[in-house]
Design a protein around this ligand. Structure first.
Ligand SMILES: NC(=O)c1ccc[n+]([C@@H]2O[C@H](COP(=O)([O-])OP(=O)(O)OC[C@H]3O[C@@H](n4cnc5c(N)ncnc54)[C@H](O)[C@@H]3O)[C@@H](O)[C@H]2O)c1
Length: 441
């Protein structure tokens, strides 16, 4: 009590009341420091932000450069989630061709000598199919990480099983009609049955795959900022009234025929792709693929090359529909894969015709098959199928000019490679999946 009154007394001594009764508070020495901090916080916030940026810059500059290529201790897979964002985002924003991007990331990534630079993460829908599996081979060989998404309707695990032990390869059984979320840099969208036998098997499912499946993959591309490539088809030209077909030709397609689920499905897929590009700024690429052949094609899928090869090997007559004078162009699969990769890495949206302009009638093709497999193979004529186009030949001027691409493998060079793969599969001489598309020069 006595102490309290003493304190009260001293206070009065130091701060005398003014005439109007106001008593000033005693000065507190630490108040000025608090005021300064408050001032700095309130008025000089920018300084703090700048100091923060400077510290961060110094920190990242001094960080060991291996962080751009950190490797998991249990594998040689780069830890993409945490690190590669830098690479991925710079890639997405740069709009540079892939090789330029690689060099850019390489130079700024400061990957120490002896450490491999990380690749991109790429999803290939339909990657267990014929074209998809050859594309996967090339992407893996290039050093990228590949996720194959496939429902195995026409695809086979055997086509990709030689990658199963590779930590840069993943396989997901998934139907693209259902949404899927994956963190990727690029999407090659191939999932769709491609041969008449398969796409007519369940036409509603085919059009759903083309429309809903493509919507889902475009939605994914938009969400994660990935570049999207659609594998469209020469079928968008229908039974063409212009020959050869140029990309500017709008086509002559029957909207209600038995092939419409595929033809119109792909046309809608192209429309969706362009609308996502224009409306949502998604980076897209469109390839219009013409007849392609090679190892790993489905054996009995009704496509003319696989039909003839399988029939000749089984000593059955080669079935020619109609008069056999309808023409097609045949592209070897390695040429197509090269074209798809150039398109993806290039700067042009497309659409681009990717096909071999060498034109063959069905009868000429049958002769090449006879020469390659069995000179005594017979030819049997059957009634033509509905909506079968009479002529098909790509004009590839645009791809030559803008992608620097043109096919290299002739039918006579490519066919024997397909024949040895078919022979192995038909006669059980088992080495499935190990067949590549490589052509010796
Ligand atoms: N090969 C050609 O001559 C040719 C010509 C023009 C266009 N294309 C296009 O190229 C792409 C690949 O053709 P391909 O010849 O390799 O055919 P393919 O049938 O061998 O491959 C298609 C792949 O997609 C998968 N798939 C189908 N529906 C799916 C779905 N709903 N969800 C997930 N996966 C699904 C299949 O299981 C298969 O693995 C297709 O989009 C096709 O339209 C091919």
């Amino acid at each position: 009590m006595e102490k309290g009154s003493e304190l009260t007394y001293r206070g009065h001594e130091e701060a005398q009341p003014t005439a109007d009764g106001y008593t000033p508070k005693p000065p507190k020495p630490w108040l000025s420091v608090v005021r300064l901090i408050r001032y700095l916080l309130r008025e000089q916030r920018l300084i703090f932000v700048l100091v923060g940026i400077a510290i961060a810059t110094v920190f990242f500059a001094l960080l060991p450069s291996s962080s751009h290529g950190s490797y998991r201790h249990d594998s040689d897979v780069p830890i993409l989630d945490s690190i590669s964002y830098f690479g991925r985002d710079s890639y997405r924003q740069s709009n540079k061709p892939y090789e330029q991007h690689r060099m850019l990331v390489h130079s700024i990534g400061k990957v120490p000598l002896g450490l491999k630079r990380k690749g991109l993460r790429i999803v290939v829908t339909g990657g267990a199919g014929f074209v998809g599996s050859h594309l996967v081979d090339r992407l893996i060989a290039r050093g990228d990480s590949v996720i194959v998404v496939d429902n195995f309707f026409t695809g086979r695990k055997e086509n990709v099983m030689h990658h199963f032990s590779n930590p840069r390869f993943e396989l997901i059984r998934h139907d693209v009609v259902e949404p899927l979320l994956l963190e990727v840099d690029q999407i090659y969208h191939l999932a769709c049955p491609a041969s008449p036998v398969h796409y007519k098997f369940n036409p509603v499912k085919t059009i759903k795959t083309n429309v809903v499946g493509t919507l889902n993959m475009l939605g994914l591309a938009k969400r994660v900022g990935a570049r999207f490539l659609l594998t469209s088809t020469s079928e968008v030209y229908g039974d063409p009234l212009q020959h050869p077909q140029v990309e500017t030709y709008w086509g002559n397609v029957n909207p209600i025929g038995v092939r419409s689920c595929y033809d119109e499905g792909k046309r809608t897929a192209e429309t969706l792709t362009m609308d996502y590009h224009r409306g949502a700024g998604v980076e897209v690429r469109i390839a219009r693929i013409f007849n392609t052949y090679g190892p790993r094609m489905c054996i009995d899928d009704g496509r003319v090359v696989s039909n003839f090869v399988a029939q000749a090997l089984r000593k059955e007559p080669l079935t020619v529909y109609g008069d056999g004078k309808q023409t097609r162009s045949f592209q070897y699969v390695s040429d197509l894969v090269e074209g798809l990769m150039r398109l993806m890495e290039g700067e042009h949206v497309g659409p681009f015709n990717l096909g071999n302009p060498g034109e063959f009638t069905m009868l000429e093709l049958a002769q090449v098959v006879q020469e390659t497999i069995d000179p005594n193979a017979k030819i049997e004529f059957r009634a033509n199928t509905e909506d079968d186009p009479h002529k098909r030949k790509p004009d590839i001027t645009k791809a030559k000019d803008q992608l620097g691409w043109e096919p290299k493998v002739s039918l006579r060079k490519g066919l024997p490679l397909m024949v040895s793969d078919f022979r192995q599969r038909i006669f059980g001489d088992h080495k499935e999946g190990s067949t590549t598309s490589t052509v010796s020069s």
